[in-house]
Write a protein that binds this ligand. Structure first.
Ligand SMILES: Cc1cc2nc3c(=O)[nH]c(=O)nc-3n(C[C@H](O)[C@H](O)[C@H](O)COP(=O)(O)OP(=O)(O)OC[C@H]3O[C@@H](n4cnc5c(N)ncnc54)[C@H](O)[C@@H]3O)c2cc1C
Length: 389
């Protein structure tokens, strides 16, 4: 059955979809979220990861009514960057970027629960959980959304504007560039004798970067490496795992004491060449999925969200799916998407690519940054705000 709806439809109630819904509802737009999973049930362990969010991202969350302390978020004030087996290291401080903090880390799960709680008290937002969107066909007059609802079976609606925020997981985008790194990320919580308030570590290794971020439970570890290595690491018991980490990371963060259960994420990047057309707009991971090396995925996604809110303006004064709005959104997001995506890809590859001399070049770059305040300042700003800085 096909119904014509007055809502703006958002596909996916993850962090990006929820922020989009809340900001648009503030502008007076009625929103319908179609979410594949359960809304109120305990979130799955799969979502247990720590996100480092820039100060600009927290400014957006503040507009929604969410502050770092409510989510037990931890400040990042400095970042130590080094390379395994090579000289050269740099300590970036937020002051280098003229800021008090680079940002705050937050548990994905707590962030999502906080956002979903806000949605429950927003009368303009309707949530249809357990509704998996199967396909969307855009056209100049309406977008047809087909979905499978757990309660009412296969359904179809016509929408003036469909915003895809499915995390890039499911809805086909034939115009996307896809890149598989052949690597995976392992994420868990660590405690260590050397954790210092506000200090994060990023260490590049021949197999991929390792990051240790301040978190409410100690340090959040993100260890990237070949799928085989990550699989093997996940099978180790805690003492053997901590010893492998110590060996790979060194003792700059002290002695690793305990580790929580490990989670694995295959790493790929995906970049939509036409994120907005025919009344369908892709945002955040649905528009671009980045390697987590620079912690820019959701930060960049939030900039999509804010820009789209600004392009749509105040609710019901216009057709939200008009081609001119989609064109404005696409054009104004192009530079930031390409530059942040490209630079993240370079960072992910740069220290691991098996080209003779490339690792030495990386090592020289770190040394140069350590010695040159201007370079340190530029890199610190990049880590803080991406290329929007
Ligand atoms: C290990 C790791 C570390 C990271 N660290 C950082 C970091 O430090 N900083 C940072 O900014 N980013 C980081 N990221 C990236 C960040 O997690 C993502 O950018 C962010 O989660 C994207 O949010 P999203 O809402 O677009 O997608 P998701 O979080 O994937 O949410 C998508 C939602 O859509 C729903 N959905 C999926 N398919 C359908 C469908 N067909 N129909 C209806 N609903 C559907 C899902 O159930 C889910 O609720 C990291 C990623 C990883 C893997």
């Amino acid at each position: 059955m096909t119904r014509i709806m007055d809502y703006i439809h958002i596909i996916g109630g993850g962090p990006a979809g929820c922020c989009m819904a809340l900001l648009l509802a503030q502008q007076g737009w009625p929103i319908l979220i179609l979410e594949a999973g359960d809304w109120s049930a305990e979130l799955t362990a799969k979502s247990e990861r720590t996100l480092a969010l820039s100060q600009s991202s927290w400014d957006v969350l503040a507009e929604i009514g969410i502050a770092p302390h409510e989510l037990n978020a931890q400040a990042i004030r400095s970042i130590h960057v080094s390379q395994r087996g090579m000289p050269g290291q740099v300590l970036l401080s937020a002051e280098d970027a003229g800021k008090q903090v680079f940002g705050y880390t937050v548990s994905y799960q707590l962030l999502l629960m906080g956002l979903r709680k806000k949605i429950q008290s927003q009368s303009l937002i309707t949530v249809q959980a357990n509704s998996r969107v199967l396909s969307i066909e855009g056209s100049s007059s309406a977008a047809r959304i087909s979905y499978q609802s757990a309660s009412s079976g296969k359904q179809s609606v016509l929408s003036a504007l469909s915003i895809i925020a499915d995390g890039g997981a499911e809805i086909d985008d034939p115009r996307a560039l896809n890149w598989s790194y052949g690597t995976e990320a392992l994420s868990c919580q660590i405690t260590s004798t050397g954790a210092k308030d506000g200090l994060a570590w990023e260490r590049f290794t021949p197999e991929g970067p390792i990051a240790l971020l301040p978190s409410a439970k100690g340090l959040a570890l993100i260890w990237t490496g070949s799928s085989r290595r990550i699989e093997d690491l996940c099978k180790l018991d805690d003492p053997a795992f901590l010893s492998a980490l110590q060996d790979w990371f060194g003792d700059r963060a002290g002695c690793f004491v305990s580790a929580s259960p490990r989670h694995r994420y295959p790493l790929k990047s995906r970049f939509s060449l036409r994120p907005a057309q025919h009344r369908v707009i892709r945002i955040a991971n649905a528009a671009q999925t980045l390697h987590p090396v620079a912690g820019q995925g959701f930060n960049l996604g939030l900039r999509d969200v804010v820009r789209l809110r600004d392009c749509l303006g105040r609710g019901q004064t216009q057709d939200p799916g008009h081609a001119s709005i989609l064109e404005l959104f696409s054009t104004s997001r192009r530079a930031d998407r390409w530059l942040t995506g490209g630079l993240t890809h370079l960072l992910a590859q740069g220290f691991t690519f098996p080209l003779p001399g490339l690792r030495s070049l990386g090592s020289c770059a770190l040394s140069a940054m350590d010695l040159t305040p201007y370079l340190r300042d530029r890199f610190a700003r990049l880590m803080s705000d991406g290329l929007a800085a």
